[in-house]
Design a protein around this ligand. Structure first.
Ligand code: DQA
Length: 152
């Protein structure tokens, strides 16, 4: 059974209330519940973490080492600023999928650059809460392929 760490960055705890025209009306709790349902259907184990603090996010990423098989992360605004989060992902070396609710490439220019993209398997953005579900599927598929490659 694959073990996947879901990580939500700053202000994502405000989903539902926060700029609903951009991020939708779904709360983080309901996104996590849907992911939990999806994970049990797919037979993977999820751990979920949210923090507004960069250091706490780095600690969570470091703690995945030896305990998780992959990371699904929405780094929120730290996407565009955090070398520390990028370095933590590179340090643990786990397959990581970056997700965003909004299409960051359609928004302000400061959101176009992601420090995380270069260390991620890939990025999914612009599908609202569904970005997480799509990202989970993409990560599992990637882990399955890696697993098969190891066997042969
Ligand atoms: C976000 C996009 C970021 O630019 C923003 O700072 C967020 C949310 C998204 O999910 O669309 O907090 O990561």
């Amino acid at each position: 059974m694959f073990r996947i760490q879901i990580i939500h960055g700053p202000n994502l705890n405000m989903l539902g209330l926060r700029e609903p025209g951009i991020y939708g009306r779904q709360t983080l709790e309901s996104i996590n519940a849907s992911l939990g349902q999806e994970a049990s259907n797919l037979g993977v184990a999820l751990s979920v973490f949210q923090s507004n603090s960069e250091g706490a996010l780095v600690d969570c990423i470091q703690a995945t080492f030896g305990h998780q098989d992959g990371i699904l992360i929405n780094p929120g605004a730290y996407t565009h600023t955090s070398v520390a989060i990028r370095d933590a992902i590179a340090a643990v070396g786990l397959p990581t999928v970056e997700v965003h609710l909004s299409n960051i490439h359609q928004r302000e220019t400061f959101r176009h650059h992601s420090y995380i993209a270069a260390v991620a398997v890939g990025q999914i953005c612009g599908f609202g809460a569904d970005s997480y579900r799509l990202g989970l599927h993409a990560l599992i598929k990637h882990l399955e392929i890696k697993h098969l490659e190891k066997k042969t």
